[in-house]
Design a protein around this ligand. Sequence first.
Ligand code: SAH
Length: 401
Amino acid sequence: MPSLTLRPGRERPLHQRHPWVFSGAISAVRGSPADGDVIEIHGANGEWLARGFYSGASQIRVRVATWDAEQPLDTAWLRAGIERAIAGRAGLADGPDAACRLVFSEADGLPGLIVDRYGPFLVVQLLTQGMATRAEAVTTALADLLAPQGIYERSDAEVRTKEGLQPQEGLLWGELPPERLELRPLTLLGTGGTPPSMLVNLRGGQKTGHYLDQAANRVRVAAYCRGADVLDCFSYSGGFSLYAAQAGAAHVTLMDTSAEALALAQANLALSAPTTPAELVAGDVFHVLRQYRAEGRTFQVVILDPPKFAHSQAQIDRAARGYKDINLLAMQLLRPGGVLATFSCSGLVSPDLFQKIVFGAAVDAHRDVQIVERLSQGPDHPVRLTFPESEYLKGLLCRVW
Ligand code: SAH
């Protein structure tokens, strides 16, 4: 079995069960491990610390999967891990048209594996060498445990490049999912009614087809939308607007640069909010909000759910300026007493920093802003205490005077 030894003083994260070993922490590697191989991790004094999966091209050289010396990282381990992750979502999405994340990578102890359930279909991302080389075992375990209609791979996330892996997409098992599938993400969260149906595109849509992580937040934001004139910025397929419409919004404006996203949003509105007046705007939020400000247009609720602005430490300052800019604009468009629902999915921007950015925007906008709710990623995207990196989505629901 290949093994490695850490540099002196680099054992602490391993003792605290953080699952990443960076290349710079390693003093020696023995046994020429291939990408995806299981490797033993030893401290500088030779003590056995953990076992994980090797990835020669990645800065994260090993993803640790067990701290138990007796636990082999075999197919039985993989299956048991998937079973535990599924058990952890009990009651979240049990209906035939429910959708929710079933496996969330390191946060579920399965580094590099994402599994999202969309009704009868599973969408899988294999994002590390360790998982990419175990595609067959993953597929077999999922087919066995869940008997889905089909398992589709969408390993097109940017992290694959850092692992030296090419994007990979296609059918792994069973039937090909249709272009558009009608679902109700996280059906059992309780919306005070039946949640709206949404069309998702598992093969061509963004991420694995849908932003599942916002499902619970859409319910929270909708609570402020009765009778309101709502501006849904970065709308994608219209998740926030559909819940707002169901809660009785007077008007929804959806804005996105992607024509495909807006086409899906249009179909979603026709399906689940046919009587709510709606406007779809194909445009850049940074520009269109400035235009609205110049025109004196105002709203009662503004939602900001931008894509990830910070992909590396070096981008944090620029990301902060981007977040501040859109938050400032949104505040300027809100009528007194209006509600701003503002999000950041950049893991590198901490909740604390995000709040400071929104504070800066409020000061510059000369508005008095109160936080009325703090939001996070949904319960199917758990945050593992030993892996703070698993916390990435944060939101502030603010009253703007
Ligand atoms: N709110 C959505 C998810 C948003 S994802 C939901 O609840 O499902 C971010 C979206 O922002 C993507 O659809 C992307 O196409 C869009 N986008 C990215 N940059 C943009 C910009 N500058 N202006 C408008 N939309 C943008």
